[in-house]
Design a protein around this ligand. Structure first.
Ligand code: FES
Length: 371
C-alpha cells in the first residue's frame, strides 16, 4: 500500500497530466492508438475500407475517416500522413469522390497513381491493406465550381482526372443542368482511370459529354489540338478546369488563349512529385543566396532555383510541409529579411518581414527566415 503522501503526489501528477497539459492528445494518443487507432485525437484517423485496382499503376483507396472530419467541396485536396522507415511523411492528393458520398455513407476516396521514385505513392500501393489506419488532414484548395453555375469544360490528363471525378459525381448527384464536357487524355486505353465510373456517369447524367483521347495509339503522339476545342460548344462561356501534367496544362493554356478564352475563366491544378514548374520569367535570372535559419542558428548558401524548403532539408532541417507545390500552406513561415521570388508566379517579395511559403520561395540574395 502506498503511503498517503506518495498517493497524493501520484494523484497530483496525474491531475496535472490530465488538466494542465497544452497538448493532451500528445499524452493520450500513444495509448489510444494501441487500443484502437481510430480513437486518436491529435489528427483525424481514416480507416481503409476497400482498395480498387483502377489500372496497372493506379488504385482507389476507399477511406472511412473518423466522424469529426469536417468534409470537403468537390475538387479539393487533402494531406495524408504516413510513417515510412520511421519518418512521418505528408503528401497531398485530391479527393476523387463526391461530398454526397461522404454525407450519406461516411466514406471518401483517394485515387493514387504510383510515381516512379515516389516514396509515398509506392509505399501506399505496397503497404496499405483494408483495415489499416492513416492520418487525414482537412480539405483545402480552390479547384471548385464558381457561383452561379455555368457551362463547364474539364481538360484532364492521366491521374489529373481525380478531382474531376469528384466534380462529375457531384454534378450528377445534384443534377447540375448546364452542359459539362470532359476531354480526358491518357497514354493508351489501358491507362484510363475509373473507366467504368466514367461510362456510368455518361449514361446516367445527360448534361455530360466525355471524350477520352489516347495520346499514344499510333506512332505519332496525338495531343490536345484546336479541333478538340472547336468541338466544345460555347467554349468562351465556360468555366474551364485543367488538371494534369505540366505539358498538357501549358498546351491547353496556349490553345485556350488562341480561342479567345479569358485567363480568369481558367483554373488549373497540377500534381506531380517533381518540383513545381519554374515561371518562365525567372528562367534567365540569377537566383539563390545566403539563407539564415534563425531559430536553428544555421546558415546555408544556394545557387540556382532551389526552394527554401529544399535548402532547409539539404541542411538537415525538417520544416513542416505538405504538398511541396504551393497549395496547402503547411510550409508557411516568417521571413524576417531579404527577398524571395515565387517560382510559380515569378513575383518577387518585399524586402522586409512577411509570411512566405517555403516550398515555392527561392532566395534572391541573402534571406533570413524563422526556421
Ligand atoms: S508544402 Fe504545401 S504550400 Fe508548401
Amino acid at each position: 500500500m502506498l503511503a498517503k503522501n506518495t498517493q497524493t503526489k501520484a494523484l497530483h501528477w496525474l491531475g496535472k497530466q490530465l488538466f494542465n497539459r497544452n497538448d493532451p492528445a500528445a499524452f493520450f494518443d500513444p495509448l489510444l492508438e494501441k487500443l484502437d487507432p481510430m480513437l486518436v485525437q491529435g489528427h483525424t484517423p481514416a480507416r481503409i475500407d476497400q482498395i480498387i485496382q483502377e489500372t496497372s499503376d493506379t488504385r482507389t483507396f476507399v477511406l472511412k475517416p473518423a466522424g469529426r472530419w469536417p468534409g470537403f467541396q468537390a475538387g479539393q485536396h487533402v494531406n495524408i500522413c504516413v510513417e515510412t522507415s520511421g519518418i512521418q511523411r505528408t503528401r497531398t492528393f485530391s479527393l476523387s469522390s463526391s461530398p454526397e458520398l461522404w454525407a450519406q455513407q461516411g466514406v471518401v476516396t483517394l485515387t493514387i497513381k504510383r510515381l516512379s521514385g515516389g516514396l509515398v505513392t509506392n509505399w501506399l500501393h505496397d503497404n496499405l491493406s483494408c483495415g489499416d489506419v492513416i492520418s487525414l488532414g482537412e480539405a483545402f484548395g480552390d479547384f471548385v465550381l464558381s457561383e452561379p453555375p455555368r457551362p463547364v469544360l474539364f481538360i484532364a490528363g492521366g491521374s489529373g482526372i481525380t478531382p474531376v471525378l469528384s466534380h462529375l459525381e457531384t454534378m450528377a448527384a445534384q443534377d447540375f443542368r448546364a452542359p459539362v464536357s470532359l476531354l480526358y487524355f491518357v497514354r493508351t486505353q489501358q491507362d484510363i482511370i475509373a473507366a467504368e465510373r466514367l461510362k456510368a456517369l455518361e449514361n446516367r447524367y445527360s448534361a455530360l459529354t466525355v471524350n477520352i483521347i489516347a495520346t499514344h495509339k499510333n506512332d505519332t503522339p496525338r495531343y490536345l489540338n484546336s479541333e478538340d476545342l472547336n468541338g466544345v460548344p460555347g467554349l468562351k462561356a465556360r468555366q474551364i478546369f485543367l488538371c494534369g501534367p505540366q505539358g498538357l496544362m501549358d498546351l491547353a493554356n496556349e490553345l485556350l488563349h488562341q480561342h479567345g478564352v479569358r485567363k480568369a475563366d481558367i483554373q488549373s491544378t497540377f500534381f506531380s512529385a517533381a518540383t513545381p514548374p519554374l515561371n518562365p520569367d525567372l528562367a534567365n535570372q540569377t537566383l539563390g543566396g545566403k539563407v539564415q535559419f534563425a531559430k536553428s542558428s544555421l546558415e546555408a548558401s544556394s545557387e540556382g532555383d532551389a526552394s527554401l524548403l529544399e535548402i532547409a532539408e539539404a541542411s538537415g532541417l525538417t520544416p513542416r510541409h505538405g504538398c511541396r507545390m504551393g497549395i496547402c500552406h503547411q510550409c508557411s513561415c516568417r521571413k524576417t529579411s531579404g527577398t524571395v521570388v515565387n517560382r510559380l508566379t515569378g513575383q518577387a517579395s518585399g524586402p522586409g518581414e512577411e509570411s512566405i511559403q517555403l516550398c515555392i520561395s527561392i532566395p534572391h540574395g541573402p534571406v533570413a527566415i524563422d526556421v
